[in-house]
Design a protein around this ligand. Structure first.
Ligand SMILES: O=C(CO)COP(=O)(O)O
Length: 249
């Protein structure tokens, strides 16, 4: 069975609540496409107004992070229950910016993935190498480790519903998209890793996105690759361009 594409915007730390609502209003008609899953991953404070603004559309709402405890004395954190209650369906976990600036480890990401599944939220787990790692030829070793640790304790049935975003760090926000060949090669490698850890059926079902300077010009070729099931889009998700990316065909 063909995998349904999933095209998600990651707004990062952009848009106040009122700006967020205005952006949803602007993008609503442009991102209409029932053939793909369209997700807006937005800052925590924007979740409630964005869910409201997106009602009755094909837009699903995601969070950009989540804590792995249920509740309690964790000042500043957001629990899975809070996200579910607000109408969140997806959560981006282990983005390279969170790993780099907020010290998130593969083990933290693993705890968050397990929690997300427990609460019926679909994790979008990010992985990807630095330029230095690519030049040293250790890209796949590094990513396999991120995936294996990230998915520890995740069942095959859960993994089938998960999303992995391959985001080479050197391509994020740089305007330097990975070549189609580079992106496809690593996404195929991630799928092979899932087949090894689980089985072929799980590898066939899991969705793997590419992220890193995706724009309306690069999306069609990237999304046509056998192992690329859509994209995680930063900068271009904040503009009308996102409509073109969603309707890439
Ligand atoms: O980090 C990204 C999405 O999570 C990619 O960001 P850009 O599309 O701005 O390069």
């Amino acid at each position: 069975m063909a995998r349904k594409k999933i095209i998600a915007g990651n707004w990062k730390m952009n848009k106040t609540p009122s700006e967020a609502v205005a952006l949803v209003e602007e993008l609503k008609p442009l991102v209409a496409n029932e053939e793909v899953d369209v997700v807006f991953c937005v800052p925590a404070i924007d979740i409630v107004p964005v869910v409201e603004a997106a009602k009755g559309t094909n837009i699903q709402v995601g969070a950009e992070n989540m804590y792995f405890e249920e509740s309690g004395a964790y000042t500043g954190e957001i629990s899975p229950n809070m996200l579910v209650d607000a109408g969140v369906k997806y959560v981006v976990l282990g983005h390279s910016e969170r790993r780099e600036y907020f010290g998130e480890t593969n083990e933290d990401v693993n705890k968050k993935i397990l929690k997300a599944f427990e609460h019926g939220i679909t994790p979008i787990m990010c992985c990807g190498e630095t330029l230095e790692q690519r030049e040293q030829g250790v890209t796949m070793d590094f990513i396999r480790q991120q995936v294996k640790v990230g998915f520890q304790g995740v069942t095959a049935d859960q993994a089938k519903t998960a999303v992995i975003a391959y985001e080479p760090i050197w391509a994020i926000g740089t305007g330097k998209t990975a070549t189609t060949e580079q992106a496809e090669e690593v996404c195929a490698g991630i799928r092979a890793c899932i087949a090894e850890v689980y089985d072929e059926a799980t590898a066939e079902a899991i969705r793997i996105q590419y992220g890193g300077s995706v724009n309306a010009a690069t999306a069609p070729e990237l999304f046509a690759q056998a192992n690329i099931d859509g994209g995680l889009v930063g900068g271009a998700s904040l503009k009308a361009d996102f409509g073109k990316i969603v309707n890439y065909k």
